[in-house]
Design a binder for this molecule. Structure first.
Ligand code: PPE
Length: 317
C-alpha cells in the first residue's frame, strides 16, 4: 500500500493527493536539486503535537540556503502550513515531509532559472526499521561505502541529491540481510547510519560523533543528548572508531523516522547482551513519555496542532 493522505499542501494550496504532480523534466528529478525535512507528529491527550517543528523548519531553510533555493514562504508560514496540513488530513499522528525543489524550465546543472516548488506531505509511518525494532533492536553492518567528505557535500543540509549516498548504504545492507548500515567517514571514523545518528554507551557514559564528522546534526540526537543530561548521564561528542562499536555496552540509532532504535549486533557481533540495553530503554521511555504528552514537555518541544489551527479545519475540539 503506497503511503498517502487525502490532501497535499502544494505551493500554498491544498490539492487532492493524487493530483500532486510534477513534470518529468523537473530539474530536481534529474539532478537532485531539492531540500527536505522529516518531522513527526505524535498523538497526545490534547490532540496531535509536532515534535520540534521550529528546529526542523530552521534546518529546512538552512538547507535551502546552501542549495541556493529561494523559498517563497517565511519560516512562520511554513510552520503554519505544516500544522494546517495535519488538521486538514484529520491525522492524530504522522510523519511530515516538507520538500522544496527546482521544477521544470530547462536542463543544465545551474538550475536557478527553474521555478521553485514547495510541498508538505503528511503520511502515516510506524516504526522505521521494522515492527520489532524499538524493543528487540536491529542487526547492522559497517557499510563498504563511505559517507561523503566535508568538502564533497554539505552534511548539515538535507539535500535530495546527497541522499544517493544513503541509498547506496541502505540497499547494500538490505541485500546482505541487515536492517541498516553504519557508515564511516572518509577518515575511517564512525559517522552515522544511512538515515540516523548513532550513540555508543560504555561504562555508563554516552558517546556520539561530533557534528563536524560528516554527519547530519540530528534533532533527535540533540534531544537525546538533552534527555541524557537530564537523567544524569555524561555525554561526549568525540570520534568513534569502528572497533569501539564491537566492544560497546550498548549502541542505538536516533532519528525522526527511527526515533530511538537499539542496535543489537554489528557485523554479526552481538553488542552487549545482544538485546536492548538498559540506558537505551531508559532514554526511549523518557522520549516517548514526553512526545506522547504523558510527561510534562519541560523543554518546550511540542507544538499542539489544535492550539494553532482553527478547530473548523479539523475534527478535534
Ligand atoms: N542522519 C541522516 C543522514 C538522516 O537522514 C537523518 C534523518 C538523521 C541523521 C537524523 O536526523 P533527525 O531526524 O533530525 O533526528 N533521516 C530522515 C529521513 C529518513 C528517510 O528514510 O526518509 C528522518 O528520520 O526523517
Amino acid at each position: 500500500m503506497p503511503m498517502r493522505a487525502d490532501w497535499m499542501w502544494m505551493d500554498g494550496e491544498f490539492v487532492p493527493w493524487d493530483d500532486a504532480k510534477v513534470h518529468v523534466f523537473a530539474h530536481a528529478l534529474h539532478y537532485g536539486s531539492s531540500v527536505f525535512e522529516g518531522i513527526r507528529a505524535y498523538a497526545t491527550p490534547r490532540g496531535p503535537a509536532v515534535f520540534r517543528l521550529h528546529e526542523h523548519m530552521v534546518r529546512f531553510i538552512n538547507s535551502a540556503r546552501i542549495m541556493r533555493i529561494e523559498l517563497p514562504y517565511s519560516l512562520e508560514e511554513l510552520e503554519q502550513a505544516v500544522l494546517t496540513t495535519i488538521a486538514k488530513n484529520n491525522l492524530d499522528s504522522c510523519y511530515i515531509r516538507p520538500l522544496a525543489f527546482r521544477g521544470y524550465d530547462r536542463l543544465g546543472l545551474d538550475g536557478r532559472g527553474c521555478p521553485v516548488h514547495v510541498i508538505i506531505g503528511t503520511v502515516p509511518w510506524g516504526t522505521y526499521l521494522g515492527e520489532e525494532a524499538l524493543a528487540q533492536g536491529v542487526d547492522v553492518m559497517v557499510s563498504s561505502w563511505r559517507r561523503f567528505a566535508p568538502n564533497t557535500a554539505a552534511s548539515v543540509a538535507k539535500i535530495g541529491g546527497q541522499y544517493v549516498n544513503s541509498q547506496f548504504t541502505a540497499m547494500e545492507a538490505h541485500d546482505l540481510g541487515y536492517h541498516e548500515a553504519i557508515v564511516l567517514d572518509v577518515h575511517g571514523y564512525v559517522a552515522e547510519g544511512s538515515g540516523e545518528n548513532i550513540f555508543l554507551v560504555k561504562d555508563g557514559k554516552l558517546y556520539t560523533p561530533p557534528a563536524y564528522q560528516s554527519i547530519l546534526p540530528g534533532i533527535t540526537r540533540d534531544s537525546v543528548m538533552t534527555l541524557a543530561h537530564d537523567l544524569g548521564y555524561e555525554v561526549y561528542e568525540q570520534p568513534i572508531s569502528r572497533d569501539m562499536l564491537y566492544v560497546a555496552d550498548e549502541l542505538f540509532f536516533t532519528g525522526t523516522a527511527a526515533e530511538i532504535t537499539p542496535i543489537r549486533s554489528v557485523d554479526r557481533i552481538p553488542i552487549g547482551k545482544g538485546s536492548r540495553g538498559p540506558i537505551t530503554q531508559r532514554l526511549q521511555e523518557e522520549f516517548f513519555a514526553i512526545v506522547r504528552g504523558e510527561k510534562p514537555d519541560r523543554h518546550g518541544w511540542l507544538r499542539y496542532v489544535y492550539e494553532s489551527v482553527p478547530t473548523a479545519e479539523g475534527k478535534h475540539p
